[in-house]
Design a protein around this ligand. Structure first.
Ligand SMILES: [Zn+2]
Ligand SMILES: [Zn+2]
Length: 343
């Protein structure tokens, strides 16, 4: 089969690779669409330690079942499917509690952090266990289905956040996940949504997708602006989708006493915490990791148009052009959001 193979740091090659062998409980999926994630673009230079070559990346995908293993029930060749980005074991303490995103034996598709290597979906075929499969509704295209994983990540974060009807929410970071968080907060019943970023285009997009205002953090005093829009109190909740010191600090400063900060971004392994603000203002901090069972609801919302993913898709291109698209994303081309590759 053809695949986009990360041969060494920063060196992607479109070449021939062996079709994956499937185990008894696995299916072979013929990939029809696979989105390029920011973590792929940032990770391919080796900086995150999670994409050790050689590796086929890609964890935001959809396709058609080509072959099923001997122990697979309820799935057959020709089924239109998508799948979780996390392969969980189903047996460990966390899986048995229903927290499969916290699985002790978690493997992420298209990732190789050293302990394992799990080839992903930038290829004509990918092998996945039946446990993580979801059937696609008829009305949902493969390209839109490739957006499910980031949508589910956004909904998982908003689901972790205790939101009361008409709450004011601040979203720090208006990248792909931030823009989906804005939409999820709106659907969750937030009143006022304030997006914060350094990029005016992304803030415009945030406003188009449901934010009431977009604050450019190098031009306005974000905290003062948030206070002014909340009768001096501060926002009820903030969602941080960047993950570096200054943005975590800013998010913390925007929240009212007794409010909540949900942390999704994690670019930096550690940041300074405004400890006294968290304690004396009695804030609650939540971490949010990947997703856990949000796919069916997200599929339904994308299919019904309740979530707009089309606005976020910049290009749909053949997998054979993948090397060039990775370069353009790595170069930070303005306005470029999600690129979806079709094998
Ligand atoms: Zn991703
Ligand atoms: Zn498990």
């Amino acid at each position: 089969m053809k695949a986009l193979v990360l041969k060494e740091a920063n060196h992607l090659v479109y070449e021939e690779a062996p079709i994956p062998q499937i185990g008894a409980d696995e299916v072979l999926v013929q990939v029809k669409a696979c989105g390029i994630c920011g973590s792929d673009v940032h990770g391919m230079d080796g900086s995150t330690g999670r994409r050790i070559p050689p590796l086929i990346m890609g964890h935001e995908a959809a396709g058609v079942i080509a072959e099923v293993g001997s122990g697979v029930n309820g799935w057959q060749a020709g089924d239109r499917v998508t799948f979780d980005s996390t392969i969980y074991c189903g047996e460990c303490y966390y899986c048995r509690r229903g927290q499969v995103n916290l699985c002790d034996n978690r493997r992420v598709l298209g990732v190789s952090p050293g302990e394992y290597r799990q080839d992903g979906a930038f290829a004509e075929y990918v092998a996945v266990p039946q446990r993580i499969l979801y059937r696609l509704p008829d009305g949902l295209s493969f390209v839109r289905a490739a957006m499910l994983e980031p949508v589910a990540v956004a909904f998982h974060a908003v689901g972790r956040t205790p939101i009361v009807l008409d709450d004011t929410a601040v979203v720090v970071g208006a990248g792909m996940i931030g823009l989906l968080v804005v939409q999820a907060l709106r659907l969750a019943g937030c009143g006022q949504i304030i997006a914060v970023d350094l990029d005016r285009n992304r803030l415009d997009l945030a406003q188009r997708l449901g934010a009431d205002v977009g604050l450019k953090s190098d031009e306005v005093d974000v905290v003062a602006e948030v206070l002014q829009r909340t009768t001096g109190r501060g926002a009820d909740v903030a969602v941080e989708v960047v993950g570096i010191g200054p943005t975590v600090t800013l998010a913390t400063q925007c929240i009212r006493k007794g409010g909540t900060l949900t942390l999704v971004g994690n670019l930096a392994p550690k940041v300074d915490l405004l400890l006294q603000a968290v304690v004396t203002r009695q804030l609650t901090l939540y971490g949010s990791c990947a997703l856990n069972g949000e796919y069916p609801a997200c599929m339904d919302m994308i299919a019904r148009g309740a979530i707009d993913v089309d606005t976020l898709i910049s290009a749909v291109a053949p997998l054979s052009d993948g090397v060039g698209w990775f370069q353009r994303l790595k170069g930070g081309e303005p306005g470029l959001m999600k690129v979806i590759l079709e094998p």
